[in-house]
Design a binder for this molecule. Structure first.
Ligand code: C5P
Length: 394
């Protein structure tokens, strides 16, 4: 149940079309028990009126840095001190750029600089603007400085494009905000995860691999660290930044992944096997590049070790969680796999919809219960998965 009882949330609205969702967001935050005050950039007032936000929040909206009346009611520094959380939704590319550089030319940038409360950003922009190297560089700096980033989600955009850059839905933002205050549900736990694909070398320049992006494992690692866990991530080759506070060990092959896991597993409480480990590897790795000659080339493959099964068979074993990306009979295959590998919990999902995607729909299967999670952003689903695991481990 969403709880924000007595939390003071300063909602900062910047000028993007997703600003219209702030009415619903404010309603949800208040319903969850929060006190909400709103500050808006001038551009934001083109998308939603201050009067709407005043009526819903029950408080006067801050619009100008140098407004004597507003300053007399609650000055901007006082407002920055008042907040338990500053939530900027939507956060435009321009606003992110400005706070990256410590600008303080308007009420909202000034509040971000002045506050010592956590600041969360819900980016919302055109997919091209999100993907742009400038935005991504700013994002990396903001993450590094400890800003929480909620989303964005992928999908249809107001401009007609389809891609990453949609603001998360108000209910998801409210859940993320609540989770920031609950951080600590995995405090004291050590989590070990595998993620990404493995690469099985054929010769010095070629390998067999798969399309796993690593996004699910990285989302879980980031959420677990934010929830207070000590997190070790054994990662195959992926194109993702290491989440804050996560110890990352890079490997390539399944055998290297197994060795790294066995090094780390001794004192971990929870093991989550998210990696798409190659089932087979070439029987021999030749030291010189295979030359093109005959019309046919036969490859002989041998089975790779099953990492999660080996963890599940340890004498002193952690709570073991697996994933099953299936293309047919998703639940039946998942149940069978969980039992055969001796896992405590397994998340079954549709492989065709999941690989390299930003969203996921899963069903959690344990010996006692089966719970279906609605399709959502991997970050949102990661939290639900970890909360379920935390409940089962506690
Ligand atoms: O590939 P499969 O569907 O069997 O994967 C199910 C689970 O087993 C996943 O959690 C995966 O990370 C893990 N696994 C593993 N080592 C393998 C194959 C799969 O840890 N060799």
């Amino acid at each position: 149940m969403l709880s924000l009882t007595n939390k003071r949330i300063l909602l900062g609205i910047t000028g993007g079309i997703a600003a219209y969702k702030c009415a619903e967001l404010t309603r949800l935050l208040i319903k969850a028990g929060a006190e909400v005050r709103v500050a808006m950039t001038r551009a934001a007032t083109e998308f939603i009126t201050p009067l709407t936000m005043q009526a819903l929040s029950g408080n006067r909206v801050s619009l100008d840095l140098l407004d004597p009346e507003a300053e007399a009611a609650m000055g901007h520094i006082e407002l920055a001190r008042w907040a338990d959380l500053v939530l900027i939704a939507p956060a435009t590319a321009d606003f992110m750029a400005r706070i990256t550089h410590g600008e303080a030319g308007d009420i909202l940038t000034t509040l971000v600089l002045a506050t010592s409360a956590p600041v969360a950003l819900a980016p919302a922009m055109n997919q091209g603007m999100w993907a742009d190297a400038g935005t991504q560089a700013n994002l990396a700096i903001l993450r590094e400085r400890g800003f929480a980033i909620f989303g964005p989600a992928s999908g249809e955009q107001a401009c007609g494009d389809v891609g990453l850059g949609r603001m998360l839905e108000p209910v998801e933002l409210a859940e993320h905000a609540a989770a920031l205050f609950e951080a600590g549900y995995l405090a004291g736990k050590h989590l070990l995860l595998t993620g990404g694909p493995t690469r099985e070398a054929l010769d010095p320049v070629r390998f067999i691999s798969n399309h796993s992006s690593g996004k699910m494992a990285y989302a879980l690692a980031a959420e677990a660290a934010a929830a207070g866990a000590r997190v070790t991530l054994v990662s195959g080759p992926v194109n993702l930044d290491t989440p804050r506070g996560v110890k990352r060990i890079d490997v390539e092959s399944a055998e290297q992944m197994l060795a790294a896991v066995m090094e780390e597993v001794a004192n971990c409480d929870i093991f989550i096997g998210v990696a798409a480990v190659a089932d087979y590897r070439p029987a021999e790795v030749v030291t010189d590049k295979i030359k093109k000659s005959a019309d046919e080339l036969q490859l002989r493959l041998v089975k790779n070790p099953d990492i999660i099964q080996q963890v599940a068979q340890l004498q002193r074993r952690p709570f073991v969680v697996g994933f099953a990306a299936e293309t047919t009979d998703i639940i039946a295959n998942g149940r069978e796999k969980r039992a055969r590998k001796g896992l405590d919990l397994l998340f079954a999902n549709d492989a065709t919809a999941t690989f390299n995607s930003d969203s996921i729909a899963v069903t959690a299967l344990s010996a006692q219960q089966e719970t279906e999670f609605a399709p959502a952003n991997k970050q949102v689903v990661a939290r639900k998965m970890l909360q379920l695991i935390a409940n089962l481990v506690a």
